[in-house]
Design a protein around this ligand. Structure first.
Ligand SMILES: Cc1cc2nc3c(=O)[nH]c(=O)nc-3n(C[C@H](O)[C@H](O)[C@H](O)COP(=O)(O)OP(=O)(O)OC[C@H]3O[C@@H](n4cnc5c(N)ncnc54)[C@H](O)[C@@H]3O)c2cc1C
Length: 442
C-alpha cells in the first residue's frame, strides 16, 4: 500500500505514474479539496475567467477508473514504527511506503494582528473563498511582500476596482531574484496601473484591528498608518510540514531529502514544495517551489518506487510568470547579480515594453541564461542551446528561431545585434540564412 499525503501536482503526478507502472494499492489523503486542481489558476477564478470546476485537470471518474483512492482528511501524525498515519477524524491508515507532498503555506512573521479578520495570504482554495466572500466590502487593500503571488493578488483586486497599496521591503521589486535593471523595468510597468500604489523600502509593523477583530489599518516600520479593509500577506511561502516535524522526521526549513527523495525515515519520501534537498544541485536552490519541479519530482519518484531508480535531474532551470500585463520567462541561470567571470547584455526596446537580459561566460563566451520580458521565447530552443554549450554569439545570431513572434525580430533583430556589437566590440550579424533553412526543413 502506497499512501500519499497531498493531492497537489507533486502527489498526483507520483500517483498517476506509479499506477502506470504498478498495480499496488494507492491512497491519496488530502484536506484542502476532494479533487486535484490547478493552484496556479486561482487568480483567474476570482477575475471571472474560469470557474473552479475548470481548474480540475481530470474528470471526477478518472480516479476510480485508475484505482486511485481519494480521502479528504487531515493527517495529524505519522507513526514510523508502526508505519501508520492518524487523521483528524481518528482514523488510522497503514502504509508500506509513504510519500509526503504537503506543499507550502504563506509566511507569517509574528505581526500583531496577522490572524485578524480581513487578513489573509493567497495559497489555498479556502484563501480564495475567503477573499471572494469579503471582496464586496473591500475598497482598499494593503499587500505585504513583493513576489509573484503578491502581484497576482494585486491584479485580482484591481480587476474589481479595489485600490492597492503594496509594501515592499526592498527598494527594487523582487530583486532577491531579478537583476536591478529587470526590476526597474517591471517597476515602470507597475506605475502605469491606475489604483496600484507601490511603496518600496517599507515594511509592515502592526495590523490594527477594531473591536470586532477586523483589520482597519496597518502601521509601517517607518511610522505611516495606512487605512485599509484587507491585508494580503504575500511575503513568500514556506514548507507546510509542522506535523512531519512533530512526528520526528528530520526537517530543516523543509523535509530533508537526498537526490532520491528519501527522508530520514525508512520508506518515507518527500517531493514538491515541502521537500528540501540536503545538497542542492549546482546552481539551484535546496527548496524548489514551482509547478514543473513538483511534476518532475513526482515522475522521478514514481520510477524509483517501481524498480527504476533515478536521481532527481530537472535539467536547466526555467520558469515563467506574469507581472500584470508583462509576461516573463527565464531559461538557464540569471542571478540577481553577476558572479565572477560572467558578463551580461541587456536589450530594452525603445518604445514597447520588451526587455531581454542575456548572461554568458566572459572568457569562453558560453551562453548561461536569459530573462525575457514582454516577449515569449521557446523553451526547447533555449534548452538545446544550454545543452550544447552554445556561445552568446550563436544565440544572438539565431535568436529568431527561439521566438514565438518572429514579427518582432524582422523589425528589431539588427538593432539587438548592433547594440551587442557596440558594447562588446564584436562584428556578428543576424543569421538569416540559417533561419530560412530551418523554415524550409520544417
Ligand atoms: C497563487 C499561486 C500562484 C502560483 N503560480 C505559479 C506559477 O505561475 N508557476 C509555477 O511554477 N508555480 C506557481 N505557483 C507555485 C505552485 O503552485 C506550487 O509550487 C505547487 O502547486 C506545489 O505543489 P505541491 O504538490 O508540492 O503542493 P500543493 O499544491 O500545496 O499540495 C499539497 C496539498 O497537501 C495538503 N496537505 C498539507 N498538509 C496536509 C495534512 N497534514 N493532511 C492532509 N493534507 C495536507 C494541502 O492542503 C495541499 O492541498 C503558484 C502558487 C500559488 C499559491
Amino acid at each position: 500500500m502506497i499512501v500519499i499525503i497531498g493531492n497537489g501536482i507533486s502527489g498526483v503526478t507520483a500517483a498517476r505514474n506509479i499506477r502506470k507502472r504498478s498495480d499496488e494499492e494507492i491512497i491519496i489523503v488530502s484536506s484542502e479539496s476532494d479533487y486535484f486542481f490547478s493552484r496556479t489558476a486561482l487568480m483567474y477564478i476570482f477575475m471571472g475567467h474560469m470557474k473552479f470546476e475548470h481548474t480540475k485537470p481530470y474528470e471526477n471518474h478518472f480516479w476510480k477508473k485508475n484505482r486511485l483512492e481519494l480521502l479528504n482528511a487531515f493527517v495529524l501524525n505519522i507513526d514510523m514504527d508502526n508505519k501508520s498515519l492518524t487523521t483528524k477524524g481518528g482514523n488510522t491508515i497503514k502504509y508500506d511506503k509513504l510519500i509526503l507532498a504537503t506543499g507550502s503555506k504563506p509566511n507569517k512573521f509574528g505581526w500583531k494582528g496577522q490572524d485578524a479578520e480581513g487578513v489573509r495570504g493567497l495559497y489555498s482554495k479556502q484563501d480564495l473563498d475567503y477573499i471572494e466572500q469579503r471582496s464586496t466590502r473591500i475598497k482598499k487593500a494593503v499587500i505585504v511582500g513583493g513576489g509573484l503571488i503578491g502581484i497576482e493578488m494585486a491584479e485580482m483586486f484591481l480587476s474589481r476596482n479595489i485600490k492597492v497599496d503594496f509594501l515592499i521591503r526592498e527598494d527594487y521589486f523582487w530583486n532577491n531574484v531579478l537583476p536591478n535593471s529587470n526590476s526597474k523595468f517591471i517597476m515602470k510597468h507597475f506605475d502605469r496601473h491606475h489604483g496600484l500604489n507601490m511603496i518600496y523600502s517599507e515594511e509592515l509593523d502592526v495590523i490594527n484591528t477594531d473591536e470586532n477583530n477586523e483589520a482597519v489599518s496597518v502601521l509601517t516600520k517607518n511610522g505611516a498608518t495606512i487605512k485599509c479593509d484587507f491585508v494580503g500577506l504575500t511575503a513568500g511561502v514556506s514548507p507546510n510540514i509542522q506535523f512531519v516535524k512533530d512526528s520526528g522526521i528530520k526537517c530543516n526549513r523543509g523535509i530533508l531529502i537526498n537526490e532520491f527523495f528519501e527522508t530520514s525515515a525508512k520508506d518515507v519520501f518527500a517531493i514538491g514544495d515541502c521537500a528540501e534537498f540536503k545538497i542542492a544541485l549546482p546552481g539551484r536552490r535546496p527548496i524548489e517551489q514551482v509547478w514543473y519541479t513538483g511534476k518532475i519530482m513526482g515522475e522521478t519518484l514514481a520510477k524509483n518506487l517501481t524498480g527504476d531508480k533515478n536521481a532527481y535531474n530537472p535539467g536547466y532551470w526555467f520558469n515563467s510568470a506574469k507581472f500584470m500585463d508583462i509576461e516573463y520567462q527565464t531559461y538557464g541561470t540569471v542571478l540577481n547579480q553577476l558572479t565572477e567571470g560572467q558578463e551580461e547584455f541587456v536589450y530594452e526596446h525603445p518604445k514597447q515594453e520588451i526587455l531581454l537580459h542575456f548572461v554568458f561566460e566572459k572568457a569562453s563566451r558560453k551562453f548561461i541564461g536569459i530573462n525575457n520580458f514582454g516577449i515569449r521565447m521557446r523553451h526547447p530552443v533555449f534548452n538545446n542551446w544550454l545543452l550544447n554549450n552554445a556561445s552568446i554569439e550563436e544565440v544572438l545570431t539565431d535568436l529568431k528561431s527561439a521566438n514565438f513572434d518572429p514579427e518582432f525580430y524582422t523589425k528589431y533583430e539588427d538593432d539587438i545585434i548592433q547594440q551587442f556589437n557596440e558594447k562588446f566590440g564584436t562584428s556578428i550579424i543576424v543569421n538569416k540564412a540559417k533561419w530560412w533553412q530551418k523554415l524550409i526543413k520544417a
